[in-house]
Design a protein around this ligand. Sequence first.
Ligand code: NAG
Ligand code: NAG
Ligand code: NAG
Length: 500
Amino acid sequence: MAPRLFVLLLFCLATLPRDAAALTRRDFPDGFIFGAGTSAFQVEGAAAEGGRKPSIWDTFTHQGYSFDKSTADISADQYHHYKDDVKLMHEMGLDAYRFSIAWPRLIPDGRGEINPKGLEYYNNLIDELIRHGIEPHVTIYHFDLPQSLQDEYNGLLSPRFIDDYTAYAEACFKSFGDRVKHWVTVNEPNIETIGGLDSGVLPPQRCSHPFGNCTWGDSTTEPYIAAHHLLLAHASAVSLYRAKYQATQRGQIGITLLGWWHEPATNSSEDAAAAMRMNDFHIGWFMHPLVYGDYPAVMRSRVGARLPDFTAEQSKKLPGSFDFVGFNHYLVVRARAHDSAFNMKQRDYYADAYAIANPFDDIQEGRLEYAPWALGRLLDHLKLKYGNPPVMIHENGYADASELPRKVEYDDDDRSEFLQDYLEVLYLSIRNGSNARGYFVWSFLDVFEFLFGYRMRFGLCGVDMDGEGRTRYVRNSGRWYSGFLKGGELRPAGKAYVAA
Ligand SMILES: *[C@@H]1O[C@H](CO)[C@@H](O)[C@H](O)[C@H]1NC(C)=O
Ligand SMILES: *[C@@H]1O[C@H](CO)[C@@H](O)[C@H](O)[C@H]1NC(C)=O
Ligand SMILES: *[C@@H]1O[C@H](CO)[C@@H](O)[C@H](O)[C@H]1NC(C)=O
């Protein structure tokens, strides 16, 4: 090509009107991390292999409590397919893979000896990721409490959990911290405690009348006690990491919360107050202690003596005990003030929201309210109320809950649309001052979706869960995400998402 023509062409290209709304990953801040995730119990399989012992989720699923009565004994079998999976991640162009370490695989009895086979598996997975240029972002505890600790002292309900958790976390820092630069202490403590100890629909299935039908438990006190121990366990692991490992290993550590956003159902001031209350019970329960050293005032006033106290020393240790906070964001919940219908002395949270939308019902029916603007509200809330901490969107994704039998499905353009809508909102929030640092699609692969078993599929990659070889295949959304990660554009905006 003649040089002059080339220059002319360049000039024409440079002056083409660029669609301002066609975002690419270069519009996100430098160092912004794009990834996808799974968790150990959901993806690994090999439940009784390599010295792994049961977690409370193995017990629960073996008793037939997931909605489709399935177990995660094999699931996507990443334990045997991790090399193929890392290769797929590399081809897709992920910066990072978010996964968790199975406590009952690394320390099968909950405390004591490290299981060499478990150590070997995670070393292999981490090394394979690093060889392919993918950052491991590791959750230390993601729901799969060793059954032995549940049997011995009721798990989260005992303060003994704090020491056992801290020792387990230290085993992770010591074994993997030379290569792992992003740690999450605990995943979604705000739903683990509600599901396991209030409604009792998740293991260890504790609750009390009239909030659920369990053989044991106390819905009015136990969720608060368990959350208290989880907060203290988190703070304990963070202070240990900072004291002994962070200077040499140079990693970051945080915690990941479920980030439902509560929005008033109407314009009434009562509903606005209900939505704020719900956000304080759901998000503030953990964020307030982590930033200010105590539970939100509305929790202190409503829960009263049932809400545990922090000692002066604990109140000092909590604030700032994170380098980032992760949020798993899926839903908006409409809140309607419902004070009169509930005895707040017994039921302090959820009462408001149940009036209009029971999120569990919505999920079961596959009717997730599609509200990308709610992610913006959540980030704004964190900015205004909690000092704009660095945030990782650790989960966000689209469930396909179509009928069984499961079939191989490539065509998931709704999922690609969903991801683009959320990425657009995320971009706008960052431009508006939010401190978001990363975004992880849930999920990299189809996995066992806890209570929903295999009925819900979130994967950028599908897995043939009925086939012996658990064959993987990249869905259209996986191809779309890959294109974006490699510099492609979001489809032109125009669906500016504002709250309805
Ligand atoms: C408990 O079980 C009874 C009888 O099966 C049922 O009517 C009630 O709705 C259940 N309560 C809850 C909170 O699930
Ligand atoms: C809230 O008020 C605005 C304007 O005052 C109105 O347009 C909107 O429909 C109202 N929304 C609800 C849910 O009542
Ligand atoms: C931008 O942030 C401010 C508060 O910092 C908030 O009031 C405003 O609603 C945000 N705008 C958008 C478009 O999110």
